[in-house]
Design a protein around this ligand. Structure first.
Ligand SMILES: [Mg+2]
Length: 243
């Protein structure tokens, strides 16, 4: 179909938790023979470097500069507006914020940044609320309700974001898929006419919505949900039939 670049989601497409999807390494290698590959993930628990390293340890060729994540998008957004942020999130989000020059924690946080935090507590919620009541901006990496792991579904960042929104009455600015903020980063990174790009994801409300917003062709990796994307694949390996 003449694609010159591929935007590939990570969780649920290439990985299930810490396990690779069967055939994913070979398929990504084949995509590379047809064009550029950009890995696009809303998973904020890892930094771009950690995502690339994780993919490489599972046999999938990936470089840090080929990864765009909701954590990186949040860090870029916050760095342009604030000097310090209170963070509800994991190591990857903190690392991206630090690399963009944002101080973490302490007083006078201009932003509260919320991502997936598997050690989320009432105490963290209370501290976030205090900063928000003092005027901090609420920024969320993403609103994914769940995340697929090798043990099944676990609550996603959206569940944590909802708790902070309910407590504060503030609506978060979202930086991950399918936001305008992420759309700009993708276009800036790819430099390819969107109609020649195939976006492959496993979630309609984030991946497919992102591809549509950008004017890309979309492929949904899913056991169900036909009719929502241009192509529905049972596994990433079936993308070969579209090349
Ligand atoms: Mg996914």
């Amino acid at each position: 179909m003449g694609f010159s670049a591929f935007v590939v989601d990570i969780d649920g497409v290439l990985l299930r938790g810490s396990e690779p999807v069967e055939g994913a390494p070979e398929t990504v290698a084949e995509l590379r023979r047809h064009g550029r590959v950009l890995f696009l993930t809303n998973n904020s628990t890892r930094s771009r470097a950690q995502h690339a390293e994780k993919l490489r340890t599972l046999g999938i060729e990936a470089r840090e500069e080929e990864v765009l994540s909701s954590a990186y998008a949040a860090a870029r957004y916050v760095a342009e507006r604030h000097r310090r942020a209170y963070v509800i999130g994991e190591r990857g989000l903190r690392e991206e914020l630090r690399r963009c020059g944002v101080g973490i924690g302490g007083r006078r946080c201009g932003a509260v940044v919320v991502g997936l935090d598997r050690r989320f507590t009432y105490g963290k919620l209370a501290r976030a609320l205090r900063h928000l009541l003092e005027g901090a901006e609420l920024v969320a990496t993403n609103r994914d309700r769940t995340l697929i792991t090798e043990h099944g579904l676990i609550p996603g960042a959206g569940a944590v974001v909802a708790a902070v929104e309910v407590a504060s009455g503030k609506r978060a600015t979202v930086t991950g898929k399918p936001s305008e903020i992420m759309a700009k980063l993708v276009l800036e990174r790819l430099g390819v006419e969107p109609s020649r790009v195939l976006l492959i994801g496993d979630k309609v409300e984030t991946d497919i919505a992102m591809g549509r917003r950008l004017g890309m062709r979309t492929a949904l990796v899913s056991e169900g949900a036909r009719g929502q994307a241009d192509h529905v694949l049972e596994s990433i390996t079936q993308v070969r039939s579209l090349l």
